[in-house]
Design a protein around this ligand. Structure first.
Ligand SMILES: N[C@@H](CCC(=O)N[C@@H](CS)C(=O)NCC(=O)O)C(=O)O
Length: 201
């Protein structure tokens, strides 16, 4: 079986996919296209968007677009989607809540307001805490969001929180349970090699 992930040469949307692959121990080719390469390749991709995943086996190749379809496919294929329906729902709820925060951050990050320090400070002071409060409520005093062991939702939540910490290093100071969660994910032995060698954020 071969697994090839294609995205730009950046963490971006593909990072939760890479984290799931790394945590599951699935060897994969991590293709990072330049914008010139993408301009040539775009027309031949499933939806004209990145990322997409190509999984090859004896039956041929499956080409899968859409970040969260890829993440959830890999989670199901590798037992990272929860043990039963209740856990699967909890994982989906946590992942969607993290993605709400990620989307809000990306909208600011890729807008002219990112150059406006006052707008950034307002976002960090008012918008981010509302997202963090939801995530904090979901994890409560548990170790992982949805199960007794990490699910894909923990990796999606880690990616979001890690991005926020990258933008505002003290952003989790008022959320000790989420800060401890981030440290816990960062310390997972399954992720050690990937986290030590991944692209800069
Ligand atoms: N919902 C899609 C959105 C994909 C998307 O917007 N990808 C951007 C990169 S982050 C893209 O392909 N941009 C290049 C283009 O549209 O030509 C997903 O999550 O995969």
């Amino acid at each position: 079986m071969t697994t090839t992930l294609t995205y730009f040469d950046a963490r971006g949307r593909a990072e939760p996919i890479r984290l799931v692959l790394a945590y599951a121990g699935v060897p994969f080719e991590d293709r990072g296209l330049s914008h010139e390469q993408w301009a040539k390749a775009k027309a031949e991709t499933p939806l004209g968007q990145l990322p997409y995943l190509v999984v090859g086996d004896a039956d041929g190749e499956r080409v899968i677009p859409q970040t969260m379809a890829i993440v959830r496919h890999l989670a199901r294929a590798n037992g990272l989607d929860g043990k039963d329906e209740l856990e699967r729902v909890a994982a989906d709820v946590a992942a969607e809540t993290a993605l709400d925060a990620r989307t809000a951050h990306s909208q600011l990050r890729f807008s002219p307001a990112w150059a406006d320090e006052a707008a950034k400070a307002k976002f960090a002071a008012e918008t981010v805490p509302a997202h963090l409060a939801r995530l904090d409520k979901l994890i409560g005093d548990r170790t992982w969001f949805a199960s007794s062991a990490p699910t894909y939702a923990d990796l999606v939540a880690f990616d979001t929180l890690d991005r926020l910490v990258g933008a505002w290093p003290a952003i989790l100071a008022g959320s000790p349970r989420l800060a401890a969660f981030v440290d816990r994910v960062r310390a997972l032995p399954e992720l050690a090699s990937y986290l030590a060698s991944r692209r800069p954020g």
